[in-house]
Design a protein around this ligand. Structure first.
Ligand code: GA4
Length: 346
């Protein structure tokens, strides 16, 4: 993918574009869809995590009202005048952010709210939402509790699918009172001058990246934009589905499965006509948790592909990187060969 860092219009240094990919219009793959009520779901999930690092979940038990309530509150917030929204910022890293992503110069056609969330309630004091924010926080907490449950259920099914004990070995990281998870509301305004601005190129809403955490749960309204990168490097568009959730394997889960699962690169392209609103829960472990391959998963003679680190160390290093960097690369052991179906180090 070619990303241009050259401003296309004067005073538009925040705009990044990429070449339209042949797959944008002509090619789409069948994203795995997991029915949470299917008795075989754990095997389908495991396969999807290995092949795509990504899948869609249907027949979950988060009520539609929980979703629509938060969607309504988020729309209300993003509809506020700019000076009101700015009261909830800047995002360092938590709060309201506009165009800037992180602290290392990444930009996108986006505005967002980012909160920290452990297993307890998200504190009303964590970010200053203007006006009577009680309804907003109730909606966020109800939603986060629902998607955390989905993330934990998926992690338990993964443990079962991989035949690792105990079943809650992964989910307990997210349920821990000190879990370092976060939650993000992203708003991509329609870019009406898209054609003129980008000269046929696509405008980047949120640049390509992998999620550093264990697992992420994403949903959006019915506006397109999300793309994932397949293992062969092809970008494919993911059709939106406003009452389903998309599960994204994060870097930490790739490490804990010693590379069996795939932390998928993804990005969001701006839309010229419709605004896109997405909400993502990033399930992270406590800062002190060791991120290393699960011993019960390792085959005889199999070595870890990664140096040992804690989530706190990885997070610190991640925050020094640019969005699109290969963060895990810094922690990969240098020399490895593949033999007998598993990894050996020399
Ligand atoms: C990517 C996934 C999550 O959105 C996020 C992002 C975080 C941020 O927006 O502050 C980071 C990015 C994300 C990884 C590298 C660093 C940190 C921006 C950035 C350039 C909240 C997260 O945890 O990591």
């Amino acid at each position: 993918m070619v990303v241009s860092s050259k401003p296309i219009l004067e005073n538009s240094s925040h705009i990044k574009t990429c070449k339209p990919h042949v797959s944008d219009d002509h090619f789409s793959i069948d994203i795995p869809v997991i029915d949470m009520l299917d008795p075989q779901a754990k095997f389908h999930i495991t396969k999807a995590c290995q092949e795509f690092g990504f899948f869609k979940v249907v027949n979950h038990d988060v009520p539609k009202e929980t979703i629509t309530k938060l969607e309504g509150e988020a729309v209300k917030f993003f509809d506020l005048p700019q000076c009101e929204k700015d009261k909830a910022g800047p995002a360092n890293p938590f709060g309201y952010g506009n165009k800037r992503i992180g602290t290392n110069g990444d930009v996108g056609w986006i505005e967002y709210l980012l909160f920290s969330t452990n297993s307890e309630l998200i504190s009303e004091k964590s970010v200053n939402i203007p006006g009577n924010s009680h309804l907003f926080w109730c909606a966020v907490n109800e939603y986060v509790s629902g998607v955390r449950n989905i993330a934990c259920l998926v992690l338990e099914m993964i443990a079962e699918g991989l035949k690792i004990e105990p079943k809650n070995v992964l989910s307990k990281l997210l349920r821990d009172q000190k879990s370092d998870s976060c939650f993000r509301l992203n708003h991509y305004r329609p870019c009406t001058q898209l054609e003129a601005l980008s000269g046929g190129r696509n405008l980047i809403g949120f640049g390509e990246h992998t999620d550093p955490q264990v697992i992420s749960v994403l949903r959006s309204n019915n506006t397109t934009g999300l793309q994932i990168c397949l293992k062969d490097g092809t970008w494919v568009s993911v059709p939106p589905d406003h009452y389903s959730f998309f599960i994204i394997v994060g870097d930490s889960l790739q490490v804990m499965t010693n590379g069996r699962f795939w932390s998928v690169r993804h990005r969001v392209l701006a839309n010229s006509l419709k605004s896109r609103l997405s909400m993502i829960y990033f399930g992270g472990p406590p800062l002190s948790a060791k991120i290393a391959p699960l011993s019960s998963l390792m085959e005889a003679g199999e070595e870890s592909l990664y140096e040992e680190f804690t989530w706190g160390e990885y997070k610190k290093s991640a925050y020094l990187t640019r969005l699109g960097d290969n963060r895990l690369g810094l922690f990969e052991k240098k020399i490895k060969i593949r033999q007998y179906g598993h990894n050996l180090l020399i």
